[in-house]
Write a protein that binds this ligand. Sequence first.
Ligand SMILES: C[S@@+](CC[C@H](N)C(=O)[O-])C[C@H]1O[C@@H](n2cnc3c(N)ncnc32)[C@H](O)[C@@H]1O
Length: 388
Amino acid sequence: MQFEELLGELTRRMTDGAFINATISQPRTKTDELKRVKVKPVEIKGQLHIQFEYQYERILKHDNVTPDELQGHLQQLLERFKQLHAEFSDEKVHVQLSKKFKVMWKSDKVNSGKVADLSHNRKKNYLLDENTPYPFLVRLGVQTADGKVKKQKHDKFRQINRFVEFIDDSLAHLPKDRTVRILDFGSGKSYLTFALYHYLRIEKGLDIKVTGLDLKKEVIEECSSIAQDLGYDQLEFLVGDINDYNEETSVDMVVTLHACDVATDMALARAVKWGAKVILSVPCCQHELFSQIKSPALDVMLQHGLIKERFAALATDSIRAELLSLVGYEAQLLEFIDMEHTPKNVLIRAYLTGQQPSAADVTRYKEFRNLLNADPFLERELGDLLNQ
Ligand SMILES: C[S@@+](CC[C@H](N)C(=O)[O-])C[C@H]1O[C@@H](n2cnc3c(N)ncnc32)[C@H](O)[C@@H]1O
């Protein structure tokens, strides 16, 4: 089989209804940062798409392509990788590509009875259904009383759904034998806090207690009254500063959505000190490093204000993830929502593992921070833990 024939055959088979999933692996270049790609069919707005999950060392990225775009995508990837395993409902296929793109195709007939679960994927993409009225979304003005998402609230609805998806993925990390304690720092109008409560308490029936904390008294009063009206008796809202919040000794999950600048770091530091098992944080307006960064080696970039601002934001989040991994978390930076919907699209997800860093990990971090001349707030906050 020629390379072009392989692309045609895979494209046909991945779109004819029998495709379950595939893994593309073995990068041709050892230094390739993209390590593996998972592929599966999904249904988006009633149309078949093929979803690519790009697994970088620390980051996952997703891309959904239409059947028409599939062959081009496969070509780009198979020019970069040497191996593909694919599962279809009646066959398992193993493809190995040589240096010169010679194709070795092996297949085994199977009778697994498996079928691609597109409806599951659809449901996973939209954990909150677009046409079901949810009392909290109606009350917060995202949906009309009959469940239609209001025109100007589509982005918010997507954002909420995406966050709920991340919460759903984190369920396995939460305790099951006691009340799960959850804090939302900088909860503001609290779309997320209500969504989280709805999903975990009402839909999943979990024993939880959730607190939303924010500086703004009026907003908190409004949220408290909505929670009361909805009968959400394990959801409370408090006025306060994250940095002064010392009410708890242990918290299981800390979330933040667009908490401004170092408010995110304050929340991360609190979460670490409490030993939170799950941290989900979408930062916003990362200014701290912008005024600190000084690095002649990077002047080609840093001389441009726009680039410096973006670089500072990316460096800040990288530093946050690195610090979390140095204090016992498995931390990843993930795409929160497509760039077209909001530029604030990085989500820090960290699960507590308790794993100790190696000396090389610590050195790697320090070298990066020194290169930038940075003195990050989070490092100062975590000082004691980092020194242990
Ligand atoms: C951009 S809003 C986001 C609100 C909400 N999480 C959302 O996504 O809709 C940021 C919120 O963080 C709050 N905030 C900022 N610094 C804070 C601090 N130190 N303590 C508590 N809340 C803070 C602000 O009052 C504001 O409501």
